[in-house]
Design a binder for this molecule. Sequence first.
Ligand code: ADP
Length: 509
Amino acid sequence: MSRTPPRFLNFRRTFALLIVLVVVPSAGLSGFGVVAIINERAAVEKRLEAAWRGTLESLSEELPGILASASLEPVNGQLQFILPDGQPVSEPDGAFQLEDGQVRTRDPQLAEALATVVPEAGGLPTEPTVFSLTTGGRAVLVAAERRGSVVHGVRLSVQQLEALLAERVDPRAVSSEPVRFALLPVPREPSEGGLMGRLVSEVAQARASALGPTGLAERVLSSPLQDFRLVVLPTGEDPVARASTRNRVLYGVLLGVFYLTLTFGVVYTGRALYREAQLSRMKTDFVSLVSHELRTPLTSIRMFIETLALGRLKDPAQTQEVLTLLMRETERLSIFVERVLDWARIEGGRKVYQREIVPVSELVNAAVEAFRTQRMEDGVDLTVEVSDGLPALDVDRAAVAGALLNLLQNAYKYSGPDNRRITLQVRGSGKGVDLTVEDNGVGIAPQERTRIFERFYRVDNLLTRRTEGSGLGLAITRRIIETHGGRISVQSEPGKGSRFTIHLPAGKA
Ligand code: ADP
């Protein structure tokens, strides 16, 4: 037999589906955003690179021509490499001579670099020639000419060359970022040095790319400057880093706000839906409970009436007995209906309390009186202790007496049939009064102690199942007491008994 799942389960499933439908696409969307930001950075890099590519190309083509037009001339006794417009592009102290296999220069780095060309010195051309040399991973640019067996030359100044390039281009025409040109050596793997050397150079390269300036665009120069690359360096803040940082921060903040709102929305909707589902479940429970509670007395009433109607009872004493039973059943019915209506009135906010100043003893007497009339036939040992000098209370007499009566009824209902002992103690407490009902009944397990005050909640045990009740008594009692500014609490030891205490504040009159 198939059953439709309860609404409550349906709610959970729907809610889980909703979450999946929202969370999965939003996670995808966030991931997509991260990829988009990375791509955007790459796009900015590409755009700048493209903007500079043409300029770099023409500069690198022009440079060898410019250098070819310069000549080696002595200035103030020092050999210099001078452009046709008179501008020197050599190091002031960079002059050198190669003679008889000997290098003569004041620049030690230059000396080291030149040592490699000494054997070929005789083959150098007689007109000024520019070439680059590398030693120990560093590149040196020199201009030299051979006069007979002696080679004269000078080291070129990288700064001067950079200045020369800067003069030829207006960077603003290319892109808005402030930049400068730099001639940097082309990183090359050292041909010797083995594993250790390679390792050192790789570490150095990784460091340089992580810490060193990152160019917007670069181009390796053509011969004779093949050991150098022309790099466009941003002089201000790196525009690529700036754009990507701004986007990353913006994206992070938006993502944070989105997930915060999403979480809030999910929690809020979840709570609202949960409450709705609970309420609708409670309504269904209520209808089935009320119908169930009405069915039992109605069945017995019908049985008794049938018995009477069929004239089966000849003995007037028997008739009287059936009539008494009928009366008790109808009374039970009206008490139950009254309680349900009471609850509906309280829940709907339609219950009107007629407050007046009442002495505590009057409330106690009214409750005990009602309790005694109901339980006349059963043996119960009820002790009532009321302290002297208690303050009067400002309450609705019938409502509070009813609440107290409910505690007495519960104490009776949830105690074993033998040796029932109920104590009602009334004492002053702080600025009010404590009314305590203690029994020696079945007691209440710790996890049930708060739930018993919920509407329609009944502890599920054998005694409760055999006892009539709606699960509304304590809920109504608590509502009444709280509306009067008081509170109700319970202490209990399962198997030994329970102790319910109502605390009410003293009346103001
Ligand atoms: P009802 O008595 O109609 O079931 P109540 O709201 O008065 O509803 O009580 C709720 C539940 O609390 C009861 O079903 C019972 O299990 C438990 N309870 C109430 N009073 C006592 C008591 N004095 N001793 C043990 N259990 C109690």
